[in-house]
Design a protein around this ligand. Structure first.
Ligand SMILES: Cc1cc2nc3c(=O)[nH]c(=O)nc-3n(C[C@H](O)[C@H](O)[C@H](O)COP(=O)(O)O)c2cc1C
Length: 171
């Protein structure tokens, strides 16, 4: 099975996650190609998809949302995994749980185009420059932290579960 990993990233953390998932699936013997949404020239030759985007204002980046809408017919009937990269993991306690609720809003838009096997909301890299000066102050006041919150152990477990489904479909 040929797997396409597609991503849209504004500042690089989603690209890093997509790259990591690609490596993890390849390490488990799958044929995988990695492309940014801008680089994809066609989807017909692939049997399965892992598609991810950075989250801005509780939604995927427009290029990634457009990619889903434009390819919905091809994606329909093929296994598709989706992931979103936001900031909930940079918050703590109740605020973190509140931030995780955005998954419902993000998914509502995506589900118009695809029925994924699964969707995951990850946290990316958050720096003071992510939100600008005022936004960074507000974020700190809410107890937000800056740093690289990508949880590679979580990616590993998720990639493993994807690889298992792909292996089942192959046999
Ligand atoms: C303009 C802007 C809006 C954002 N809005 C959200 C949001 O609504 N929800 C969220 O979880 N993260 C939000 N973020 C945080 C990003 O999703 C986060 O920085 C992520 O790591 C970006 O991924 P990237 O490095 O691939 O661009 C926003 C960031 C920016 C710059």
């Amino acid at each position: 099975m040929r797997v396409l990993v597609v991503y849209a990233s504004a500042a690089g953390s989603t690209a890093g996650i997509a790259e990591w998932i690609t490596g993890a699936l390849m390490a488990r013997g799958h044929e995988v190609e990695l492309r940014s949404v801008e680089e994809v020239t066609g989807v017909a030759d692939y049997d399965a998809f892992v598609i991810g985007s950075a989250v801005h204002d509780k939604a995927w980046l427009p290029a990634a949302a457009d990619f889903l809408a434009q390819n919905r017919r091809t994606l329909c009937g093929k296994p598709v995994w989706l992931f979103s990269v936001g900031l909930p993991g940079a918050l703590r306690g109740p605020l973190r749980r509140w931030a995780m609720l955005e998954e419902t809003d993000i998914l509502a838009e995506l589900l118009r185009d695809v029925t994924p096997v699964e969707h995951r909301l990850f946290t990316g890299v958050i720096t003071p420059s992510t939100f600008g000066k005022f936004g960074a102050l507000l974020f700190r006041a809410m107890g937000g932290r800056f740093g690289d919150f990508r949880d590679w152990a979580e990616m590993e477990r998720w990639s493993e579960s994807i690889a298992d489904v792909l292996a089942e479909q192959k046999s």
